[in-house]
Design a protein around this ligand. Structure first.
Ligand SMILES: Cc1ncc(COP(=O)(O)O)c(C=O)c1O
Length: 482
């Protein structure tokens, strides 16, 4: 966003775009919100969007498109093979990352499937990474490899001043190389590390990991799904890059990595995904699987309209006015909540504002899913849909025991260019009320628990009548107000 100084008030973010198309929102009365979350098995993924006021579940596929993206969609060249649309996208990828080859895929996890199939060549391998993402881990383990998380120690400290909590601990990587080099399938670095609060990695870290991998002949893969926010943080938090353009930073990242994959539901304000590769041999190994799992090489499961939108969206990613809105809104939310002593992940990252459920609901044991309970409670008191990112998002161990998550977070995603500041202020107000009444919130227990990625469609029930008591208190305080 533009550097605007204020007269007579503290700073706040100003949108550098205007709203030309609107979508009406629906805020149900509190009793109906309780009915909706009950119908959804207390899982915010299962809520119907018509019953949601502010959808802060995710930024995935929910970012706002620009007039230029919509216009480009009209120029899409619909053909199964050899579409002009694809070549425009391929050229844009080559321009922004400097990579030679581009293999399209229908979304981020599809890239993870292809990469895991090709690079995990036998069971017992490991994939060192700063931190896992749910679908990444599921794909890597499906092929018999294990994820080794080596994020810097501060990555797991909820309240911190470290500007790059997503960095990979290079000493730990060196140690792993010393003891298990032959088992390393590839090294993965996730930009804007999702599950620890959208925390960025620094360019210095990308460089160090790259140098080590090159020296040791290990493939270095960057998950660039959340790169847009990470680019903003490199430019604003890393001194050596404050005078570089976003285009220069992106190109440098491209030079330092062997493979970049991304979900275009996040990067590029569109939908889809793809794998960008420098080396021909690697590209050829991955390419074999694209027609089998995704579609022909010039669409890979994406619609041509989305590919056109992505091409323009990647161009817009080079514009600080376009990529700074979400991180600045998140920062505003984090600052306001912190000023009220409400525990949130700091420093503010990208992707969303993350409430620390472990501390807010310290009376609920992790086995009763405090982050899931907080997400359900927040929906009841506000109509805001957040996402549990804690123990519920983990998978049971093979022996049936529950691996307790390092962090219990409720993620309130701020999709790019979607919300206005008054909506963010509404969220802050209701979170504050819930925090003051946190003693009323109880735990959850599973009533239906899927074996894989259970958080997506598992169903849960409250472990007491706490939700009815929460609604009663809400009505006492707010009367008939929504
Ligand atoms: C860091 C990261 N990697 C991969 C993915 C998977 O992408 P998709 O949802 O497009 O399959 C996501 C999605 O949230 C993500 O945040």
């Amino acid at each position: 966003m533009a550097d605007i100084k204020f007269f007579g008030s503290s700073d706040f973010p100003v949108e550098m775009h205007k709203v030309r198309i609107i979508q009406k929102l629906n805020l149900l009365p509190v009793d109906e919100r309780l009915d909706s979350i009950t119908d959804a098995g207390n899982n915010t993924f299962l809520l119907k969007n018509r019953n949601v006021f502010l959808d802060m579940l995710t930024d995935s596929g929910t970012n706002a498109m620009s007039d230029k993206q919509l216009a480009a969609m009209m120029t899409a060249d619909d053909s199964y093979a050899g579409s002009e649309t694809f070549y425009r996208l391929e050229a844009k990828i080559q321009e922004v990352f400097g990579t030679k080859y581009f293999l399209p895929a229908h979304q981020g996890r599809a890239c993870e499937n292809l990469l895991s199939q090709v690079l995990v060549t036998r069971p017992g391998m490991i994939v060192p990474m700063n931190y896992h993402f749910t679908t990444t881990k599921a794909h890597i383990s499906r092929f018999g490899a294990e994820v080794e998380e080596i994020v810097v120690d501060e990555g797991l400290v909820v309240k911190s001043k470290n500007p790059f909590k997503g960095n990979l601990n290079v000493d730990k990587l060196r140690e792993l190389i010393k003891t298990r080099k032959d088992d390393i399938a590839f090294v993965r670095l996730e930009a804007g590390t999702n599950l620890i609060g959208g925390q960025p990695v620094s360019m210095a870290n990308v460089k160090e990991v790259s140098e080590l991998c090159r020296k040791e002949g290990i493939i270095f893969v960057l998950d660039a799904s959340l790169l847009a926010d990470n680019l903003y943080f490199i430019k604003t938090r890393e001194d050596a890059y404050k005078n570089k353009t976003i285009a220069q930073i992106m190109l440098e990242i491209g030079e330092l990595t062997d493979i970049i994959y991304f979900s275009a539901r996040k990067l590029g304000f569109a939908r889809g995904g793809g794998i960008c590769v420098h080396r021909q041999d690697l590209m050829e190994r991955i390419r074999e699987l694209v027609p089998l799992f995704e579609g022909f090489l010039t669409y890979g499961g994406m619609s041509v309209r989305e590919m056109e939108a992505l091409t323009v969206g990647l161009d817009e990613t080079l514009d600080m006015d376009m990529i700074s809105q979400a991180p600045q809104f998140i920062s505003h939310m984090v600052d306001e909540l912190s000023a009220m002593n409400i525990p949130v992940v700091t420093p503010a990252g990208g992707l969303g504002c993350h409430l620390n459920a472990k501390e807010i609901l310290s009376h609920i044991p992790q086995e009763r899913y405090p982050a899931g309970a907080l997400a359900a409670a927040l929906y009841i008191v506000s109509g805001i849909r957040g996402m549990e990112r804690g123990t519920l998002s983990e998978q049971r161990n093979p022996d049936g025991t529950e691996p307790l998550a390092n962090m219990e977070l409720v993620r309130l995603a701020v999709p790019r260019r979607v919300f206005t500041l008054s909506q963010i202020k509404y969220a802050i107000d209701r979170i504050n009320w819930l925090y003051q009444n946190r003693g009323l919130v109880g735990g959850l227990k599973f009533t239906e628990e899927p074996k894989i990625l259970r958080f997506f469609y598992g169903r849960l029930a409250p472990d007491s009548d706490w939700q009815e008591r929460l609604v009663k208190k809400f009505k006492e305080d707010f009367g008939e107000s929504l």
